[in-house]
Design a protein around this ligand. Structure first.
Ligand code: AP5
Ligand code: MG
Length: 193
């Protein structure tokens, strides 16, 4: 059973590559960003609170994330269906909480795929998407803040999985197909061991 984490800076292609990974490896895509945006679209209490963090480029509180995610992870893994976690864990505390939950469920994280993309390319991709996305965080000021938060809070999650020997850095520059090829190779290599 495959349980993949896809990680990397804002705009690195987590969502784009998740769609391809889901299709090839038949996993359930769990994106915390998408779950939060669904709450915002519904104008739920949680969504309204989350939007106040997201529009400023900050992380939403950990508890809010666990509340919307842990049940979904539990349900999927209970049915022995693999998952791809997109946008989670986003700090070391979330990584620790994920591993505690997985241990409780008697499951394991297979691999963290870390997409590496140059900052200029990230900004270009997000500004382009911002022309049509309607996302309150796809503007230059918020993008810069998201990149800072990524460096400070999310990048250390890589070390957490490197130590566990469950880490693959992937060149995230190039065409979507090229990048997907690299990711597939990393997953297949890990699961053959
Ligand atoms: P989230 O939704 O996770 O956003 P993000 O990490 O900022 O990343 P994006 O979704 O913007 O980009 P992506 O990596 O998915 O790239 P994509 O495939 O779309 O989180 C949003 C916010 O929610 C956070 O800031 C935070 O506030 C909150 N949040 C979420 N999870 C949280 C958590 N766990 N804890 C606390 N807070 C949390 O690609 C980007 C663009 O580039 C697209 O237009 C795409 O078409 C294009 N593109 C993709 N690949 C290529 C390529 N190879 N070449 C050219 N263009 C490409
Ligand atoms: Mg995304």
């Amino acid at each position: 059973m495959l349980n993949i984490i896809i990680c990397g800076a804002p705009g690195c292609g987590k969502g784009t590559q998740s769609d391809l990974i889901v299709e090839k490896y038949m996993l359930k895509h769990l994106s915390t960003g998408d779950l939060l945006r669904a709450e915002i679209a519904n104008q739920s209490e949680l969504g309204i609170e989350a939007e106040s963090y997201i529009s400023k480029g900050n992380l939403v509180p950990d508890k809010m994330i666990f509340d919307i995610l842990s049940k979904a992870i539990e349900e999927q893994t209970k049915n022995n269906k693999g998952i791809i976690l997109d946008g989670f864990p986003r700090n070391v505390e979330q990584a620790e909480a994920l591993e505690t939950l997985m241990a409780k469920l008697n499951k394991e994280t297979t691999l963290l795929v870390d997409l590496k993309v140059d900052n200029d390319e990230l900004i270009n991709r997000l500004l382009k998407r911002g022309e049509t996305s309607g996302r309150s965080d796809d503007n230059l000021q918020t993008i810069k803040k998201r990149l800072e938060v990524y460096e400070c809070k999310t990048a250390p999650v890589s070390d957490f999985y490197k130590i566990k020997n469950k880490y693959a850095a992937i060149n995230g520059m190039g065409t979507i197909e090229e990048i997907f090829g690299r990711i597939s190779t990393a997953i297949d290599t890990k699961t053959k061991k």
